[in-house]
Each structure stands twice: as C-alpha cells, then as structure tokens.
Design a protein around this ligand. Sequence first.
Ligand SMILES: [Zn+2]
Length: 278
Amino acid sequence: MKAGTLAREIAPGVHWLPVGRGLMRANVYLVESGDDWVLVDAATAGQAEVIARAAQELFGKACHPAAVLLTHDHPDHAGSARALAERWGVQIWVHPDELPLAIGGMRVFADYANPLDRWLILPLLGLSGERRQQATVTRASLRGMVHALDPRGKIPGLPDWELVPTPGHTPGHVAFSRPADGVLITGDAVVTLDLNSLRGLAKRRQCVSGPPWVATWSRRVAEKSIASVAALDPQVIAGGHGVPVAGEEAAAGLRALAAGSRMAKTRATERDSRGLTR
Ligand SMILES: [Zn+2]
C-alpha cells in the first residue's frame, strides 16, 4: 500500500478522508482488514470520483473494496454509495433497522422522519406533486444493492471489527469498533464537530458532540447510544463530521458528553482541520 495524499492514516490501516463543503462536508473511512479493505460511508452525491481517487492512491487501480458499509442512510453519508458500489461491483451493507430507509418509499421516509424532515423536507416534497416526490425518493434509493448486516455476525470485509448498534440519529445507525486498539468509527452517533450551535457551525468548532439534533430521529434513543459508545472507552473517535480525536482528548470529551453536557469543548478548537488531535 502506498501513502495517499488525499486520505490520512489516523490509526493502523484506517484512512480518513473528509469530503465535500460546508454543512454537507462529511468523513469517509477506507479501512484495511485482513487482505481486504472496505469503505465506511460515502459522503454526499457527486463525490464518487474523489473517493475512488483516494482509494486508487492507497490500494491501486485494480484493488476494489470488499464492501461499502454505511453507518446510516442520510444523504451526507450515503450519497455516493450507489455510484461507488456500481463502479467497484460490490454490495452496500446497513443495519437491518436501516434497510427500509435505504430501500426507500415515501411512506417509509415519513415514518423515519426527523424534525428537519417534518418541518422542511416533507412539506417541500408535499408541494412538489406525487411524481416528483417519487422521483426524489427513487433517486436516493439503494434498492438492489443494499443488504442487511447480521448484528451478531461478522462484518463483510472487516473480520477484526465489531458492529455496535447506535440507534437514535436514525433507527438503524451503527458504529464500527476495533477492540484490539479501541478505534471506533462512530458515524453521527458521536461527532467531533459542534453541529448543534450556529457559532460552532460557523467556526467549525472541533469538539466531541452528540449528533445534530435537528436531523435526529429520536434524541432520547440517541442519548442512550452516546452512553453505550462512552462505555466502550474508545482510544480513537473517528466520527462522521470533524477531525478524528484520540487518547485522553477523546476519552475526556466523551465522558463529558455522556455525563450530560450538551457539548464537550476540547482543546482542539480552531485546530487545523487536517491535523489529527491527540
Ligand atoms: Zn451527517
């Protein structure tokens, strides 16, 4: 494997690639495991090229991943999943409780709605007429390529990792844990960017934080998942947004978050967004 210029190795074999701009900037991870590698999350639509380029730098042109795994099916994490899975000829995997959302359908979308969906997205869709609604939902659907992970079984392409159900942000949200060295890919169950205040957003303030509540299906369930993530005592938190954090900073931030502080400020404030904070 060659070192990449696009992705950065934040733990052995775990390569971090932040993709996109502004509010929709999200992290993807290219993770080596055994003889294979997998892609965890797929950013927004239209990012397949940059993700494939990063993969090519690391693994060579012919080296396709074993799978595309999604922490959850939101447009900033699943947007390029279909394009990449088709390009590489691989399948996409989500938790069984996320599968209805990934396959799509207007009624399912309404059942899985979060406050932002209810206040803005669904009313806007409602104005657009049935055909347009269906086209929007169909465009985002992963039908035909997406499968349910076995919550008690091996993760495709990640034999030395464990699946950690972290419902709340979405009903079938998951994290991926590597028990050997405490690396935890958390998706939006826990992020390392303050997505819950306008100032935090404007300054891209780095901190261990809960998911963006406005786009969270059940805050009560999500808070339980934060507690279960904290109980794992991760050594590296690789979230869906923000710069991954490690060591005491990760532990202290997560402890404070789990203890009920809405937002655990860390010393990583205003840090270079390319720098891993330790
Ligand atoms: Zn997100």
